[in-house]
Design a protein around this ligand. Structure first.
Ligand SMILES: CC(C)(COP(=O)(O)OP(=O)(O)OC[C@H]1O[C@@H](n2cnc3c(N)ncnc32)[C@H](O)[C@@H]1OP(=O)(O)O)[C@@H](O)C(=O)NCCC(=O)NCCS
Length: 184
């Protein structure tokens, strides 16, 4: 069986939007993730620090697949419906509080500014509320990351607080603006 977690999300399942298909990540995505991660400043607003060598990408990639199997987090590669080209990555992760999930996303630098993050983040909210039965979905971004903030505002999320200790990166706290949305 390729079902995973209590919600029975299948690995061969996809989410279709106007221009994109969100699907289970495949090894062939790694060179695209690597290429995005090598763009100057691309990783600054992301929690991860990419490895120094593409060969070391397999381990975090497999870890993301394992989180899917355990139902802890569903990460989707975003591809173009028109030509199946890689566009980006979007995840929805289970938070400790019952019924609460959080979303995170990025688009490849060659694909930014075309509405793809907005289109796919809206689809991820719909997936969270309808398939994961989320009672609340959260997100966060560093205050300087206004592109991310605009995506979240466009999909109807509300900024609820500023958290000075959002996440730790390079041994320093990164401040974050936190957002929420409920099904209603
Ligand atoms: C933040 C990030 C995900 C935004 O992705 P994106 O794909 O460029 O976002 P969108 O294209 O949906 O929105 C950006 C712009 O495209 C515009 N846009 C929307 N629909 C469009 C369309 N159909 N055609 C052209 N442009 C469009 C939007 O108006 C928006 O412009 P604005 O912000 O000036 O209003 C991207 O910059 C990124 O990956 N950054 C690095 C990683 C990162 O920081 N991730 C977020 C961590 S919290």
């Amino acid at each position: 069986m390729n079902h995973s977690g209590e919600f029975g999300i299948c690995r061969d399942e996809s989410i279709v939007t106007a221009r994109c298909r969100l699907r289970y990540p495949q090894e062939s995505d790694i060179p695209h993730i690597w290429s995005a991660s090598q763009t100057p400043n691309f990783n600054d607003g992301l929690r991860w620090s990419p490895p120094d060598d593409i060969a070391e990408m397999s381990e975090p990639f497999r870890a993301a697949q394992e989180r899917w199997t355990s139902g802890e987090e569903y990460s989707w590669a975003i591809e173009s419906r028109a030509d199946r080209d890689f566009i980006g990555w979007i995840s929805i992760r289970r938070e400790p509080e019952e019924g609460v999930w959080s979303i995170g996303f990025w688009t490849h630098p060659t694909r930014q500014g075309q509405g793809f993050a907005t289109e796919c983040a809206a689809a991820m909210l719909e997936f969270g509320f309808s398939r994961l039965n989320a009672s609340m979905i959260t997100a966060a971004h560093a205050p300087w990351n206004t592109a991310s903030g605009r995506v979240l505002q466009r999909i109807g999320m509300r900024c609820v607080r500023r958290n000075p200790t959002g996440f730790e990166k390079n041994r320093e706290w990164v401040e974050e603006l936190e957002y929420e949305i409920r099904p209603e």
